[in-house]
Design a protein around this ligand. Sequence first.
Ligand code: KIV
Length: 264
Amino acid sequence: MTPITLHTLQQMKQKDEKFVCITAYDALFTQLFCEAGVEVILVGDSLGMVLQGHDSTIPVTMEDIIYHMQCVKRGNQGALLIADLPFMSYSSESQTLENSARLMRAGAHVIKLEGGAWIAESTRLLTERGIPVCAHMGLTPQSVNRLGGFRVQGRDPQQANTIIQEALMLEEYGASMLLLECIPAALALTISEKLTIPVIGIGAGKDVDGQIMVMHDVLGISPITPKFVKNFLAESKEGIPGAIKSYVAAVKDESFPSPEQSYN
Ligand code: KIV
């Protein structure tokens, strides 16, 4: 597969072609996802919940993400690889730069940080030094305690406006991508129309540029199933490869997520 770059995703956005993202944590699933046509793979701190059995992403360490990124890199066949900076690994400038460099050395092409205006300066610092940033807004799981649980964000107009303004600010500070988690579909549409960078959604409706799912959700083995999750394995006649191909096809033809799998 021709390697996917930020430029590829930018062109897809311009042509209104949806791209497909999924989380992965090891080499063989990564290979399978690439063969199914997935364009972007995230080594997410969701590994704390789906691999390690924690009830949040907070216990995940840099060493955890580095280890899984190294595994994913070995199985990669051209997907764009994003790595999460875990909880409290980007609280100062020097820590952000050093930890991002460690993830890039482990194989990441893009670094993902959770936050709004407060990560603008880090976004600028990283971008100026050649490290592309994916900003993660809306429901930011590392702040689950402050948010009072895994709840939909941006439902009241004031909060929605803050998300829009901060997304614009992060683009201005150099973010290369934006990920929106658990926000109303109409808000996600507004943001992806206002921004020139590719916008990925999870629980953000279908009108963003790409969709992402945690691989365990696609395979229907997560204990918690919010409304935006779909088990693609349930209807697959070709096991796991068939499930991933169906996920890819459903994102491309915009049948996933449906209105029932979105927030309004
Ligand atoms: O860590 C992760 O897997 C994520 C997804 C939920 C987007 O950030």
